[in-house]
Design a protein around this ligand. Structure first.
Ligand SMILES: *Cc1c(COP(=O)(O)O)cnc(C)c1O
Length: 483
C-alpha cells in the first residue's frame, strides 16, 4: 500500500493509487495473456459493423472509468488488430514485436521524455543505439543518425541531405528551383514506392526518379543504371542520388551493392541504401556477407520494427557525413539556445538532424530489445525466417499444382496456384486464407501475374505454419478449380 501525501485533486493523477495499481496490473496481465496465447487466436477476423460503430462516438466530454475503457479495448480493439503479432501472419512487411519491447514502451511512456534536445540520459540512449548501428554497418564512429517513424521518413531525410549537398545551402532559403538544376535520382523498378513519394515531397518530383530495369534475380541492372545516368547528363540533367535496395519489398532481392557503390563513386552521386527490412540481416553472420557494400553507403534507411522485432514504430536514418546532415536541418531559434551548463547544455541536438522538434523515446524499446535478447539471438531469428522461406520454396517446387514466381533471396516467397484464370483464383485464395484466421499472406503482382506473397518476419512462425499455408492453399485451390 502506498499513500501519497498532499494529493492534488486538480491533477490527472488518481485519487486512489491503489485502485489504479490493481487495474494496471490487470491490464499488464491481459497483454501477457494475449501474447502467451496468441497461437490460439485467429490471425485476423472480419470486423462486425457493430464493433466499427463503437468508434463513431462524439467527443467524450465526461469521464469514463479506466476499467470500462479497458473492457472496450479487450472486446473491440484487441481482437480486431491486423494480427502481425500472430505466427500465422505473413502479409506485407510487418514485425512481430516482443513482450520485452512492450514493457520498454510502457517505461518510455511513464518517463514521457522529449528527445528533441537538451541534456538528459534518454538522448544518450539514442546515441548509444546510433553507435551500435555504426558498428554493425561498418560506418565511421562520427556518423550521424536518429530514430524516425519509419523508412519512408528516413528516405526523405536522406534525399534532403543529398539535395543539400548538391544544391548547397541556398536550397534552404531559395528553394529547389533557384539553382536552375534539374536533379535526377535512380532506383530499381522493384524499389519501394516511398522513394518516389519522397522525391515528390522533396520538391524534386517523382518523375525525376528513374526506374532502372531489373535482371532475372529482380536485382538492379547495372548497365542500365550507367546508361540512364549518361543519357540524363547528355540531356542536361544533374544526376545526384542512387537508391539501392537491400531486401526488396516484393521479393526480398538485394541489389548488387558493391557495383552500385562503384557507379555512385565514379559518377560522384549520393549512394543511398533502402535497407528498410534487410539491413538488419547484418546481425546474421550467414547473411551479412551478402550485404557487402552497405558500409560504403552515404545513407541507410531502415526499420527496427520489421526484422528487428521492436514494436512500432522505430525507423532509423544513418548518414555518413554528420556536418552535411546537420547543415541540412539545423536552425537557430532563441528558445532553443544552447548553454554551457544546465539543462540546455550540449551542442548537437536531435532536432538539428531532422524535421521533428518533439520526439518520443523510440530508442528505449530498441535499446531494451538489443540488450535483453542480444544481437546474436536476433540474428538467429532473422536467419531462421530465411530457413523457413527456403522450406516453403522446397515445398512449392515439390508440389505440381504450385508455381514459384520469383527466386527466394531472403524471407519472402512469391508463388501461386496454377490454372486458368490464375489471377482470379489466387486473389480468392488469399482472401479466403486471411478470413480463415490460420495463416495470412498478402498478394503482389510480378510480371503481370498475381502472386501469393508470404513474407516470414515473425519470430513466432514455425514449420507447422508453413505447412498450414501450403495445405490450405492446395485445398482452396482445388475447391476453386472444381467450382
Ligand atoms: C517497409 C519498407 C519501406 C517503408 O518503410 P516504412 O517503415 O513503412 O516507412 C521501404 N522499403 C522497403 C524495402 C520496405 O520493406
Amino acid at each position: 500500500m502506498t499513500t501519497t501525501p498532499e494529493q492534488d485533486s486538480d491533477s490527472l493523477d488518481p485519487q486512489q493509487w491503489d485502485e489504479l495499481r490493481a487495474q494496471g496490473h490487470k491490464m499488464l496481465d491481459d497483454m501477457f495473456d494475449y501474447l502467451q496465447q496468441i497461437r490460439s487466436r485467429p490471425v485476423w477476423q472480419p470486423i462486425p459493423d457493430e464493433v466499427r460503430g463503437q468508434f463513431a462516438q462524439p467527443l467524450p466530454r465526461h469521464a469514463t472509468d479506466l476499467t470500462q475503457s479497458h473492457d472496450i479495448f479487450m472486446r473491440s480493439i484487441l481482437p480486431y488488430a491486423i494480427g502481425n503479432s500472430h505466427p500465422g501472419f505473413m502479409g506485407w512487411v510487418h514485425g512481430g514485436g516482443t513482450p520485452v519491447g512492450m514493457l520498454a514502451e510502457m517505461l518510455a511512456a511513464g518517463l514521457n521524455a522529449n528527445l528533441g534536445g537538451r541534456d538528459h540520459i534518454p538522448i544518450e540512449v539514442e546515441r548509444q543505439v546510433l553507435r551500435w548501428v555504426c558498428e554493425l554497418f561498418g560506418f565511421p564512429k562520427d556518423a550521424s543518425g536518429l530514430f524516425v517513424t519509419g523508412t519512408s521518413m528516413a528516405t526523405l531525410i536522406s534525399i534532403l541531405v543529398a539535395r543539400h549537398k548538391v544544391l548547397g545551402p541556398e536550397v534552404r532559403t531559395l528553394g529547389v528551383a533557384a539553382g536552375g538544376k534539374r536533379l535526377t535520382a535512380y532506383t530499381s523498378r522493384g524499389a519501394h514506392g516511398c522513394i518516389a513519394k519522397m522525391m515528390d515531397m522533396a520538391g524534386l518530383g517523382s518523375e525525376a526518379l528513374r526506374l532502372i530495369p531489373m535482371d532475372n534475380a529482380h536485382e538492379m541492372d547495372i548497365a542500365a543504371l550507367r546508361h540512364a545516368i549518361a543519357s540524363d547528363r547528355a540531356l542536361g540533367y544533374t544526376p545526384f542520388f542512387i537508391a539501392a535496395t537491400a531486401g526488396s519489398v516484393n521479393t526480398g532481392a538485394i541489389d548488387p551493392l558493391i557495383k552500385v557503390a562503384d557507379v555512385a563513386h565514379q559518377e560522384k552521386l549520393w549512394f543511398h541504401v533502402d535497407g528498410a527490412y534487410g539491413a538488419l540481416a547484418m546481425l546474421s553472420p550467414d547473411i551479412a556477407p551478402r550485404l557487402a557494400g552497405l558500409e560504403r553507403a552515404d545513407s541507410i534507411a531502415f526499420d527496427f520494427h520489421k526484422w528487428g522485432q521492436v514494436p512500432y514504430d522505430a525507423g532509423f536514418v544513418l548518414i555518413r557525413d554528420r556536418a552535411q546532415h546537420r547543415d541540412t536541418f539545423a536552425s537557430p531559434a532563441a528558445y532553443l539556445r544552447r548553454e554551457t551548463h544546465g539543462m540546455a547544455a550540449g551542442t548537437d541536438w536531435p532536432c538539428d538532424f531532422g524535421p521533428d522538434l518533439s520526439r518520443g523515446f523510440r530508442a528505449l524499446k530498441t535499446w531494451f530489445t538489443l540488450q535483453v535478447y542480444g544481437t546474436d539471438r536476433l540474428g538467429q531469428v532473422i536467419a531462421h525466417t530465411c530457413d523457413l522461406a527456403k522450406y516453403l520454396e522446397q515445398r512449392i517446387l515439390a508440389t505440381p499444382q504450385l508455381e514459384l514466381l520469383a527466386p527466394v533471396s531472403l524471407n519472402i516467397v512469391c508463388f501461386r496456384y496454377r490454372g486458368d484464370d490464375a489471377d482470379h483464383i489466387n486473389a480468392g485464395i488469399v482472401g479466403a486464407l486471411q478470413e480463415s484466421g490460420r495463416v495470412a499472406p498478402s498478394t503482389t503482382t510480378l510480371d503481370g501475374k498475381l502472386a501469393i506473397r508470404a513474407a516470414i518476419f515473425n519470430h513466432r512462425t514455425n514449420k507447422a505454419d508453413i505447412d498450414a499455408l501450403i495445405n490450405a492453399t492446395l485445398e482452396l485451390g482445388t475447391a476453386k478449380m472444381n467450382s
